[in-house]
Design a protein around this ligand. Sequence first.
Ligand code: NAD
Length: 491
Amino acid sequence: MENKKQNDFPGLKPLSTSKEWKLLYFQHGRPGLEVSHPFKGLCRHCEIREICSIEKPVSGVWRCEYYQPKVTKKSNLYENVIKQLEKAEEVIHCDKDICEILAGTMNELVVHFPVKMDDDRVKMLTGYRVQHNNALGPFKGGLRFHPMVDIDEVRGLATLMTWKTALVNIPFGGAKGGIQIDPADFSPEELEKITRRFTYALGNNIGPEYDIPAPDVNTNPKIMAWILDTYMSTMTPTERNRCIHVVTGKPLEAGGSQGRDKATGQGVVFLIEKWAKDRGFDLNGASYIVQGFGNVGSWASRLLKHHGARLMAVEDVSGAIRNKEGIDADELTEYVRKNKGLVQGYPKAEAIDHEKFFSTKADIFIPAALENQITADTAEILDVKLVAEGANGPTDPEGDKVLHRRRIDVIPDILCNSGGVIVSYFEWLQNKRSEFWEMEEIDQKLKKIIVSAYERVCQAANEHKVDMRTAAQIVAINRLEMVYKERGIFP
Ligand code: NAD
């Protein structure tokens, strides 16, 4: 344990490498070995105090013993989403009653459920599912496993889903869910039990024609397969095979679709291509930086590489890395796969801090991690031409003003990351019709839908003389307003 390198402690944010620091290595909550460490660290999670002691999780990142997930929240996503809605409503003078409907959520479910851990102790966990609107079709939206998941975050994300499905014109409404956990704290067996128990607790609040979850942060096809299997197990034998479309983003073998895994990243890249074409900008030799190297970030990076663009820097929960000569996105993906999902320690790049990551000069920035990352401060130091929002809500309202003032183009989240829900729609259709579509067909259909949504947004931006985010919001509200006007309000 002597003289461990910084890379052996992903999760610690380096402050200086000049001094020897003693780290107290905790096991099962009790102080264990004392080790020398050649750098002084700050816990990346709580960012409150210098590390003198750390706890080892089952897998994933290290954290300091003072880690309190709830205190780290920056700004309220739901409030931001509503502010954005109000901004668009002012431009188009939307019907007041319809505005009121759209500003609130329809159903909010909070479930507390017990799960037996590997050591036989029982842990009470909290899960959420918020259904924002289903005027256009069944509720649709991802499930997130993260310590910062709370009701406001889920409300905000569910609302964004309603705008997204309305904007790209697919017959779904908006929902979102999650469990307030750090998956790194649990073994794979515990995660399976948590997923299954949560699914059971949701009961008939989800369903193939009612509310259809999908993967999001820290959830993946395997987790979707557990949800499907649990949901099917609660059905009568004759119903069982009629509910395979209760979740999307499943593994291919369990009824998933070609291209769903890469869909969100692929959508981001189709839109970057379109943006470049419209501006006569050559992607060959262009540079980009990416925050978040999970599903969305890694796929977008790999697909952009095929256009001859160079990845300069990447940041994830374990820290940031940079290489002025470029980082090979395929090699990094392979490294991350073997390194518990983390970029830290990648040998062909130098470790840099958060500020250096944000100020790295590049043509394109793809935020593909969490919300509220582009704030007034970080927007001020970004040195890019385009922000292509792979993540949901990555820019807070103050950050947005700065991007606008600095004339940095933005492809807003509800448009930019809609590839995921579009291919989820394809998966849902294939399941209902017992069909299997080829990758080529999926890609063609995805490109057509997402590029035509981009064109509608550009048209709305020109017509109303507004930024792309407001324009995307306007296209979405217009569609919902038309549906409410035609159908009326029951009774
Ligand atoms: P993921 O769990 O696969 O990856 C998340 C990435 O973000 C990881 O690399 C993680 O290390 C990084 N990260 C987490 N906290 C961070 C922090 N504080 N600083 C820097 N990096 C951090 O999740 P994903 O599915 O790729 O989702 C990423 C974003 O894209 C989310 O906002 C999600 O809502 C959005 N999104 C995902 C999909 C999808 O199909 N998966 C679709 C639409 C939108």
